[in-house]
Design a protein around this ligand. Structure first.
Ligand SMILES: Cc1cc2nc3c(=O)[nH]c(=O)nc-3n(C[C@H](O)[C@H](O)[C@H](O)COP(=O)(O)OP(=O)(O)OC[C@H]3O[C@@H](n4cnc5c(N)ncnc54)[C@H](O)[C@@H]3O)c2cc1C
Ligand SMILES: *[C@@H]1O[C@H](CO)[C@@H](O)[C@H](O)[C@H]1NC(C)=O
Ligand SMILES: *[C@@H]1O[C@H](CO)[C@@H](O)[C@H](O)[C@H]1NC(C)=O
Ligand SMILES: *[C@@H]1O[C@H](CO)[C@@H](O)[C@H](O)[C@H]1NC(C)=O
Ligand SMILES: *[C@@H]1O[C@H](CO)[C@@H](O)[C@H](O)[C@H]1NC(C)=O
Length: 656
């Protein structure tokens, strides 16, 4: 069955739930019918699975199950776990003046807003382009359903011949969260800090104040559960749970990796390193997403008079003083209708993420002079905004099983649904979460891996969804299904931990609602292509282990016309495969690069202040000078923690 975009998947889940409900109703209906018709009952009753008569108590029990599941669902989606919307007040009474305005309530914005407003004298306005997350965000195993939805910015990158050719439109699809919690409300929830050497590198790049020790210090601060009369934001992490049905798969992976000499990693909190593990810290508790938007922002917002949050507020421009030296506020579009502006006493903090933050700076006249002039935007500060775009990307590989392996029931299995809603357990609450880190360019004892192997999930026979949500072209998905000929598949994604390729974000036009132009340049550097090739060869070595051979695991030949002109399994073949299937754009960073000082090469200084103007900082994933060796939400959380402390230090006098 070929299904279309992610949004229909989200509908599909609702549909599935409704169908289960209808099935139960039909069951009840069937009972009544059978008892009334009283005809030919043996077959009718067994087909409907019903008794021939009933007294009503059974129906009562079923209704009670419905009512319980329904109220459990409401409990999951409680509106008061999110900040109240200040929009109506503003439309009625206008805007106050604030000490800080924060643009974007994603991962970084949520943390900074929460920390700054611990001080009751600091008045903060938080503006978010999206609304509250839907229930599919809460049930983290359904987060892929959000990719093509109204809860995401759904841009495509500009065409790049080196990657994503196998995706629809032949371009990289670029979803990111547009809701309270931002991308952290649709992410895979994995929380890693990166590797110590990433921060040694940051220091070499001029960011001396951003050492690994600093990151650890703020990580501890974030994880500290302070007892206080008023709630305080905190980081909630737990390991991903797995089900007993996942044990065999986990053993298989660990057995194979052990045969290849890779150790088991027992604690990732101290940083990523070479080895395999399923002890993966995640923003999760009892099967529910614990984004920082929930645990930092939602938990405090409705107690704090000094924090106002406006949803559906798209910031379109940063406002400057007459002499253009000082940021004084922002202009925003509320619910697509009302043009408003808000003024600030201290600073505007941009936390719109690695694509939208550079976009907003460019729209406001901060960025490369030439580019701005071309679009008729008067340039205020000539800085390399939008350059240095980096991302891990992903290269999926599929392996087919000759011998079946144990798997858990599907997410839409009625048992899975009731387990989740009644107990927050079962397949909807757990993930197969195994990851590996290898070093393709050194001895495997190295403590600084360069390749991340994630996913390790099973695609059951005939199930195409997990390929479709990656936005692979229909004929490629159909080809995979054909080649798999009813066997289960193991999917593994390989990500570059330290890609060499660099992309760039530019404006398409001076219209703030036009999507930006994203030149990702993924895999444009030969070194990146070769690392991906080494990853394929590594997975082939896994296939040669006793553990993998026992299950007859073999790389599936994915039919791609252009690559099939080359000798299968040659280096040239796999480099072609990279062009088509190296995809993914979920970890963009670097576009408002931090350095010792803001200058020709860097946009912000070490205190995250934008060069050339006053009263403006960028606080989010875009400030990373180089991407970290692991998923980016963790480092972004810590960046925001450190930023909040620096901002308090810098304004200590004025706000005392
Ligand atoms: C599908 C997916 C899966 C991921 N999985 C993981 C994972 O498992 N682990 C991990 O560590 N990382 C993961 N990431 C990456 C991680 O989510 C990001 O690195 C992190 O959220 C970046 O935080 P941020 O604050 O920079 O941006 P975001 O969290 O994206 O927040 C930016 C916010 O600003 C808002 N905004 C943007 N422009 C404007 C504007 N003009 N006006 C008002 N508001 C605006 C956006 O709507 C958004 O809410 C994933 C990302 C995606 C998309
Ligand atoms: C893994 O290895 C152990 C010990 O050698 C063995 O008992 C087990 O069957 C293996 N499991 C898988 C799935 O390979
Ligand atoms: C790791 O190193 C060991 C010995 O040094 C070697 O036998 C093994 O093949 C290596 N594995 C990988 C994945 O490089
Ligand atoms: C897959 O299995 C189904 C049902 O078992 C069967 O009808 C179908 O022909 C099989 N397809 C292939 C390609 O083997
Ligand atoms: C491999 O490592 C060496 C030394 O660390 C480095 O100079 C070289 O660029 C690396 N090669 C690739 C393909 O990354």
């Amino acid at each position: 069955m070929i299904l279309s975009a992610g949004f229909s998947q989200c509908r599909l889940f609702i549909l599935a739930t409704v169908l289960v409900a209808l099935a139960v109703l039909a069951f009840i209906g069937g009972t009544t019918l059978a008892s009334v018709s009283n005809a030919n009952s043996a077959t009718t009753a067994s087909r409907a699975g019903c008794a021939t008569s009933e007294m009503g108590s059974a129906e009562g029990l079923i209704s009670s199950l419905f009512a319980t599941i329904n109220s459990a669902k409401c409990e999951l989606t409680r509106a008061d776990q999110w900040p109240a919307d200040f929009a109506d007040q503003v439309l009625k009474n206008g805007l106050d003046e604030y000490d800080f305005i924060i643009v974007g309530a994603g991962t970084a914005g949520s943390v900074v807003a929460s920390r700054l407003t611990e001080n009751p004298r600091i008045k903060v306005l938080l503006l978010e382009a999206g609304a509250d997350p839907p229930i599919e965000s809460e049930i983290f195993t359904l987060s892929s359903r959000l990719h093509g939805s109204i809860y995401a910015w759904t841009d495509y990158a500009e065409p790049n011949p080196n990657c994503c050719q196998g995706m629809r439109r032949g371009r990289c699809y670029w979803p990111r969260g547009k809701m309270i919690g931002g991308s952290g409300s649709m992410s895979g929830n994995i929380f890693l800090l990166g590797n110590q050497q990433d921060f040694d590198r940051w220091q070499q790049l001029g960011c001396e104040e951003w050492s690994w020790d600093e990151m650890q210090f703020f990580y501890e601060k974030a994880s500290m559960n302070e007892s206080s009369a008023q709630p305080v934001g905190e980081l909630v992490l737990n390991y991903f749970e797995s089900l007993k049905e996942h044990n065999e798969l986990a053993q298989l992976i660990f057995n194979a990796s052990r045969e290849l000499g890779l150790p088991y990693i027992s604690d990732l909190a101290k940083g990523t390193r070479v080895g395999y593990t399923k002890a993966i810290p995640a923003n999760i508790a009892r099967g529910r997403r614990m984004s920082v938007a929930k645990t930092y922002l939602g938990q405090v917002a409705n107690y704090r008079q000094n924090l106002n949050v406006i949803k559906n507020a798209l910031v379109t421009k940063i406002l400057f003083s007459a002499d253009k030296s000082q940021a004084i506020g922002v202009e925003f579009l509320l619910s697509g209708r009302h043009r408003l502006s808000a003024l600030v006493r201290s600073e505007v903090l941009i936390a719109a993420g690695a694509i939208n933050s550079p976009q907003l700076l460019l729209l406001s006249g901060i960025g490369p002079r030439e580019h701005l002039t071309e679009l008729g935007i008067p340039p205020l500060a000539d800085l390399p905004v939008g350059y240095n775009l980096q991302d891990h990307g992903m290269l999926p590989l599929l392996l087919s099983f000759e011998r079946e392996i144990e798997t858990s029931p599907g997410l839409s299995d009625p048992q899975s649904i009731s387990d989740y809603f009644l107990h927050q357990t079962g397949p909807l609450a757990a993930g197969v979460s195994i990851m590996g880190f290898i070093n393709t360019n050194a001895s495997n004892s190295s403590s600084y891996p360069d390749l991340h192997l994630v996913s390790h999930t099973i695609i059951p026979p005939g199930e195409a969804y997990s390929l479709q949500f990656l936005q692979l072209r229909d004929e490629i998905v159909a080809g995979i299904m054909r080649e798999a000929s009813n066997r289960s598949l193991l999917q593994i994604y390989g990500s570059l931990l330290r890609p060499q390729s660099r992309g760039r974000v530019l404006l398409r036009s001076a219209d703030p609602q036009a999507p930006p132009r994203i030149y990702n340049n993924y895999a444009s550097e030969r070194a990146d292509q070769l690392t991906l090739l080494s990853y394929v060869r590594f997975v082939q070595r896994m296939c040669a282990t006793t553990a993998f051979r026992h299950f007859g695991l073999k790389l599936l030949h994915v039919p791609i016309e252009e690559c099939d002109l080359l000798a299968y399994d040659s280096d040239a073949y796999w480099l072609c495969y990279v062009k088509f299937l190296y995809i993914g754009a979920w970890h963009p960073v670097g576009t408002c690069r931090m350095g010792a000082d803001a200058n020709r090469h860097t946009v912000v200084d070490q205190r995250l202040r934008v060069g050339g103007v006053n009263g403006l900082r960028v606080v989010d994933a875009s400030i990373m000078p180089a991407i970290t060796s692991g998923n980016t939400n963790g480092p972004t959380t810590i960046i925001a923690e450190k930023a909040a402390t620096m901002i308090e230090e810098d304004w200590n006098q004025e706000l005392a």
